[in-house]
Design a protein around this ligand. Structure first.
Ligand code: 173
Length: 321
């Protein structure tokens, strides 16, 4: 038995023992796709603390671990099958399950706007139908993605560069001529160190947390898209909870989403720290920036349309206003 199988079996066994009984406190087991204590797990861990504080006697969450517990690209399957009850995961790590999930990072409005205009329900519906998961909430709003490089570029042309990607950057960077290598975050540092890649896509925040600044010379501005890091609950587990337990989790998710408003300040602070760490900013001129952002948007939506045109249209209508 491998460690992973053992871990899965342990989680499964424990989950069975804690299967919800009416009106009793239930403990849900959660895994994050991102290293605990780093950006993209932090809001999730705050959500867990909030639930454990405010959900006493109703619902509790036990964090089992990060990518060392379940590899990021397998976490979608783990929440789908119920090996974990809750996942903190970005749509880019489960394109096999919800291919049109790529649309979420193309959003130009906030998750609060999407709750108000019905888009959140569409996103929830596709997660339920395609992934057997309740889409509970989102962190990351208000933060864009960047291209980080070990060598300079002088415009939006990535010909000849080998760039680490995920589905987030795939359509855009390949439209701009890059060679792409898809890896989990855990492989980026050594790929840079070996010179196997000339750069990587990553959000505005988190580079220093992961120590990648040691291997990074440049950040390309402007940023594009909107980060999505999602709270997903196995649908069978969700359906087995009481109304009170579900309401508490929803309340916690709303509380977590309010934290997204801090990202504007956090982005600025992170850019200052990157500069201090010696990362230079390459800022395209107006025409370059326009091409960069238009390619991001157009190639991004074209990729979602190629996956499911009617769904792309439905999502675009409520994600861009
Ligand atoms: O670059 C990535 O690994 C990625 O797609 C992502 C998405 C959201 C948050 C952090 C990283």
């Amino acid at each position: 038995m491998t460690i992973k199988t053992l871990l899965s079996a342990t989680i499964l066994a424990t989950a069975t023992f804690t299967a919800p009984l009416a009106a009793e406190e239930v403990t849900l087991r959660a895994v994050s796709a991102f290293n605990l204590g780093t950006t993209f797990s932090r809001e999730f861990e705050s959500f867990v603390e909030w639930i454990n504080e405010n959900g006493k006697g109703v619902v509790q969450i036990q964090v089992v671990g990060g990518p060392e517990a379940v590899p990021p690209f397998e976490l979608g399957n783990a929440v789908q099958s119920g090996v974990v009850d809750i996942a903190n995961n970005t749509s880019a790590f489960y394109p096999n399950l919800v291919p049109a999930g790529d649309a979420i990072h193309l959003a130009e409005n906030t998750v609060q706007d999407q709750r108000a205009n019905g888009c959140f329900d569409v996103i929830d519906r596709i997660h339920q139908e395609q992934m057997n998961a309740k889409y509970l909430g989102r962190s990351g709003d208000g933060m864009g993605f960047h291209l980080y490089l070990t060598k300079p570029v002088d415009g939006p042309d990535l010909t000849g560069l080998t760039i680490r990607t995920t589905p987030v950057y795939q359509a855009m960077f390949s439209a701009l001529g890059a060679n792409l290598v898809r890896t989990a975050p855990g492989e980026v540092y050594s790929a840079l160190e070996r010179g196997a890649i000339d750069g990587y896509g990553w959000p505005a925040q988190g580079v220093l947390d992961l120590g990648w600044d040691e291997q990074t010379e440049y950040r390309v501005d402007p940023s594009f898209y909107n980060v999505d890091v999602n709270l997903l609950v196995n649908l069978d587990v969700w359906n087995g909870l009481t109304d009170e337990q579900r309401a508490k989790l929803e309340e916690g998710a709303n509380w977590m989403e309010a934290l997204n408003a801090n990202n504007a300040e956090l982005n600025k602070a992170e850019y200052a720290k990157q500069a201090e760490a010696g990362i230079e900013t390459i800022t395209f001129d107006e025409a370059g920036a326009e091409k960069w952002l238009n390619t991001a948007r157009d190639a991004g939506w074209a990729a979602v349309e190629a996956i499911d045109a009617p769904l792309a249209q439905e999502l675009r209508a409520c994600l861009v206003k």
